[in-house]
Design a protein around this ligand. Sequence first.
Ligand code: G
Ligand code: G
Ligand code: NA
Ligand code: MN
Length: 256
Amino acid sequence: MQLRQALPQAVQRGETSLHYQAKVALASGRTCGAEVLVRWTHPALGMVSPAEFIPMAEASGDILALGAWVLEAALATLSRWRREGLVDEAFSLAVNVSAHQLCRPGFVAEVHEALARYDVPPSALEVEVTESAVMTDLEVATLQLQQLADLGVSIAIDDFGTGHSSLAYLRRMPVDTIKIDRSFLTHLLDDAQSHRLVESIVAMAHGLDCRVVAEGIEAPAQAASLAAMGCEMGQGFWFARPQPVESFLPLLEEYR
Ligand code: G
Ligand code: G
Ligand code: NA
Ligand code: MN
């Protein structure tokens, strides 16, 4: 209850911050982007997990203000990194967008306006939506994603393979990237069926002209196995944990 009451003010009080997790090209080992993950440091309770407060914010509608802040803060950061030459033209930041945000009229215009204001090319922004967010209102979601894609923003399907969705929608949507959920990696190395399942997801994604990101890579052998399948990118504790900007930047230098 305490959390739910404090949530609407969290952003205004400056209690929210962003963490960054590297996305690594598996063939070269280079960091080619990052996912932005929001954090909330409650004055009394300390760091609250987004797994706890995101569903809360989605239920209360606070996700709209929170999501707008995340987008704003992410673009401000990316704009600065680009100006300071810390990242190259191809570096992209991925922002998680919930169903509520995606389906709100005006969302695309907001994104467009913010990109222009921060002088960030649309291709440097990726929007991550889960299968379930897309299925909440397939028609509106498809329309909005198409408009984002028309701007030049990249679209990624997050937690792929875990939602209740029809594969048919994938073909009709402007999806650039499929992110294989980390649960698929648990037995990648010790179970032949798991291996074949991930291989099939990669092949299917490629069949739809999508790039593949594997989430939750915790061991180098997993990275090698995925690279051998042709999976383009990886994300996970083996490469880097989600971390605040101060510790993320040196890591960027190191991998570049
Ligand atoms: O950050 P962590 O790694 O604990 O993330 C937990 C969950 O919170 C993930 O499912 C992630 O997608 C979600 N999440 C993190 N940041 C954001 C955000 O800015 N917006 C939305 N909608 N979800 C987020
Ligand atoms: O739902 P989404 O994929 O956006 O969630 C990202 C979540 O996954 C964050 O909570 C992040 O901390 C977590 N995460 C990122 N890399 C790894 C990893 O290698 N292993 C595990 N167990 N969790 C990870
Ligand atoms: Na995500
Ligand atoms: Mn994910």
